[in-house]
Design a protein around this ligand. Structure first.
Ligand code: K1U
Ligand code: ZN
Length: 167
């Protein structure tokens, strides 16, 4: 199965809002499989279709310690959120950058599974953070946009410098 190239911040394609999946067919199941493999290989605990330049509402997550609890969420929607937590986040599109972000402590998300059934997941802790981080990607938002403008400028400059060195 192919590993998918991951877009790197500040690539403008990361700003593209994703559209709902209209038809849950084999091409979506194949994309979900390839995204899961790319996430495990990276390694990461989540990946949004936006990050692999596919602008559809699809995310994969495995925030388990055993790395055997894959969640595939098609057309995820936040239906409830409450509380506040600050968690250190990273992002496969922003390599080497980690910072604390304010997120809801508890979320409830409704989505379709790969067989088209509506499911609901209630989460807190790291899984809740990861769900919010990945759903941000689907809206074209990268976690560094939760940080101060000064931090964002520094991160952009650092990553652009790195990309010139490796080009
Ligand atoms: O969206 C992404 O780029 C994936 C990102 C998700 C995430 C991490 C931390 C907090 C919120 C959301 C990552 O997976 S970055 C890599 C990472 O944190 C990690 C990798 C392997 C094991 C454990 C964590
Ligand atoms: Zn990310």
């Amino acid at each position: 199965m192919p590993l998918l190239p991951i877009l790197r911040f500040p690539d403008p394609r990361l700003k593209t809002p994703a559209v709902p999946v209209e038809k849950l067919d084999d091409s979506i199941r194949r994309l979900a499989r390839d995204m899961a493999e790319t996430m495990y290989e990276a390694p990461g605990i989540g990946l949004a279709a936006t990050q692999v330049d596919v602008h559809k509402r699809l995310i994969v997550i495995d925030a388990s310690e055993t790395r055997d609890q894959l969640l595939v969420l098609v057309n995820p929607e936040l239906v409830e959120s409450d509380g506040v937590q600050f968690c250190e986040e990273g992002c496969l599109s922003v390599p080497g950058i980690y910072d604390k972000v304010e997120r809801a402590e508890h979320v409830v998300v409704r989505y379709l599974d790969l067989s088209g059934q509506t499911q609901t997941i209630a989460a807190d802790g790291l899984l809740a953070v990861c769900l919010q981080h990945e759903m941000d990607h689907l809206q074209g938002k990268v976690f560094v946009e939760h940080l101060s403008l000064l931090k964002q400028m520094r991160i952009k400059a650092k990553l652009l410098k790195q990309s010139r060195i490796t080009a």
